[in-house]
Write a protein that binds this ligand. Structure first.
Ligand SMILES: C[S@@+](CC[C@H](N)C(=O)[O-])C[C@H]1O[C@@H](n2cnc3c(N)ncnc32)[C@H](O)[C@@H]1O
Length: 231
């Protein structure tokens, strides 16, 4: 799998790629490259942004700058790109990233992530160069870099070998094996601390009862989540 991240801050990703599970994925053949819009701007003095038509606060990433960076990377007119690979513009109002979307993206051979900055993108970037917009939550970050890392992290840990133990990612919150529900609670030693006992069933060694207890806790959490989402 290859992932290209277009950003004004490629150095942010040095920390991310140094993390072990990301390193494992990279060693296993995933390629993660950053492209700096600024290095490809056709404008003078490294300009990449401009003021919005119609007025208003802030600056927007220019369409000609993003086009130039995409052309330099792929050697084609970027309007062709969404037919060749999934091009995701990170945006607070995009499709919400969830486990199903992560699974979908993990199955792609190639991904392009466009990080916005300032007030965001000139809308023509989204309309003509992107396949879709993806959001990591209904709040506003300063830029798409953290959102890109969140997306990559969620996606890379799904790859075989990325985590120490394969089972870690199989039965997790929102996975198909839990019917899309959150994961059940976990406990480890000591079995008692300040009078707080680990549930007896987990110490019983009775696999069927443990599985049933976990399923029930998982469903309870799903119920609670539905209640809090509705609020
Ligand atoms: C300050 S934000 C722009 C917010 C935009 N003016 C708005 O109100 O929707 C700058 C960039 O950060 C990224 N970003 C911010 N919040 C995000 C989120 N929740 N999910 C994904 N990307 C986000 C996007 O790439 C966006 O273009």
């Amino acid at each position: 799998m290859e992932i290209d991240v277009f950003t004004l801050f490629p150095e942010w990703f040095a920390w991310f790629t140094a993390q072990r599970h990301v390193g494992n994925a990279l060693a296993d053949g995933v390629r993660l490259a950053c492209v700096n819009y600024r290095e490809h701007t056709p404008l003078s003095a490294g300009q990449v942004d401009d003021t919005p038509f119609g007025g208003g606060a802030g600056m927007l990433l220019r369409v000609d700058v993003v086009e130039s960076a995409l052309r330099a990377r792929y050697g084609v007119d970027p309007v062709e790109l969404p037919r060749r690979r999934r091009v995701i513009a990170l945006a607070p109002s995009g499709r919400l990233l969830d486990d199903a979307l992560v699974d979908e993206l993990a199955g792609e051979g190639a991904l392009t992530l466009l990080c916005g900055r300032y007030e965001g993108f000139d809308e023509r970037i989204v309309e003509h160069f992107a396949s879709e917009e993806v959001s990591i939550g209904r709040y506003v970050l300063s830029g798409g870099e953290l959102a890109a890392m969140v997306l990559c992290d969620a996606l890379l840990r799904k790859r075989p070998g990325a985590l120490g133990d394969e089972r870690s990612s199989a039965e997790e919150s929102f996975s198909a094996s839990l019917g899309g529900d959150p994961e059940y609670p976990h406990y480890t030693r000591p079995a008692e601390h300040r009078g707080w006992r680990v549930p007896e069933v987990l110490l019983s060694g009775h696999h069927e009862r443990i599985a049933q207890w976990r399923r029930e806790r998982s469903r309870e959490r799903a119920e609670r989540l539905r209640g809090s989402v509705g609020r």
